[in-house]
Design a protein around this ligand. Sequence first.
Ligand SMILES: Nc1ncnc2c1ncn2[C@@H]1O[C@H](COP(=O)(O)OP(=O)(O)OP(=O)(O)O)[C@@H](O)[C@H]1O
Ligand SMILES: [Mg+2]
Length: 318
Amino acid sequence: MSTNAQKFPSQFPIPVDPRFPAHSGSPSGKVGPVSVRRPVRAASPEISKVGLSEICLSYRTQSGERLLALDHINLQVHAGEFVCIVGPSGCGKSTLLLLIAGLHQQTSGQILVDGKPVQGPGTDRIMIFQEHGLFPWLTVGQNVEFGMKMKGVPKAERQEKTRYYLRLVHLAKFEKSYIHQLSGGMRQRVAIARALATEPDVLLMDEPFGALDAQTRDLLHDELERIWSETGCTIIFVTHNVREAIRLGDRVVLMTFRPGRVKSEFPVELPRPRHLEDPNVARAAREILDELRDEINRSLEAEYNDGVKPRIKPGVEV
Ligand SMILES: Nc1ncnc2c1ncn2[C@@H]1O[C@H](COP(=O)(O)OP(=O)(O)OP(=O)(O)O)[C@@H](O)[C@H]1O
Ligand SMILES: [Mg+2]
């Protein structure tokens, strides 16, 4: 099984693929001189944006054996929905995002985006990795412009959109700065602006805030939620942090330890905006944590198959 993932710097660029027409902007059309996506926030439960059916993926290990990473995954994500995926380390969360991004290919099963099979990368889907993958030799503004340049967006439009998306992530004053002059949280916001500037329909986020301090992460939660609500994009967000999943998601999908399967799905009906420290968030997280803990214990048992079996006790945060 080959992967295209290594061929690209993390997060970007997913080059324009001739099989996929360039994204034509928001369905609500052009606003002013530049077509910048307008607020269309309304999850459309009846419209399936991303559909995975019976997805299986096996890797060949160093010893030549086949390792089943994903086992008959079925998942429907609606247009405008914010879905969070949690699961123990190694259960296949990143692999799943790579498949949806078209950077990797499943062994069997089908992935549909807007009803069409995914056959490779496309600018309608952008992946943001934990490592932001910004180019240090370019300014903040040039980084944000980069994806649009790849798509052949004319210069004046690129510049206008760059300013628009930098304002959206509160970095307008840093357009001329270089990446090393920014904090970790600011870099992550540039990565988000760069991804959004290409106006993807689907944003695939793989633990984007895992390495940030709590205050920056809280700020980015607020900003991501605002951007999502203003743009109406569909987000599939992988995290280890169950509270973060409840904080952000319309729905939390829990995966099993290897081979990764969908174990449970939890709709989150708490009003927005939510806060990580909110007791209702903690309560909602508890049920998921109990199931996740079982899966983590399974992973520990598989790893420590020498008789020593550390277990995470009930009540311990994971
Ligand atoms: N290129 C590869 N070749 C062989 N095996 C791989 C490859 N990529 C991933 N795997 C295996 O597939 C399984 C799923 O990996 P994946 O990175 O998707 O897990 P994950 O859920 O994202 O884990 P984490 O939470 O630690 O990021 C793991 O057992 C991993 O070892
Ligand atoms: Mg991962």
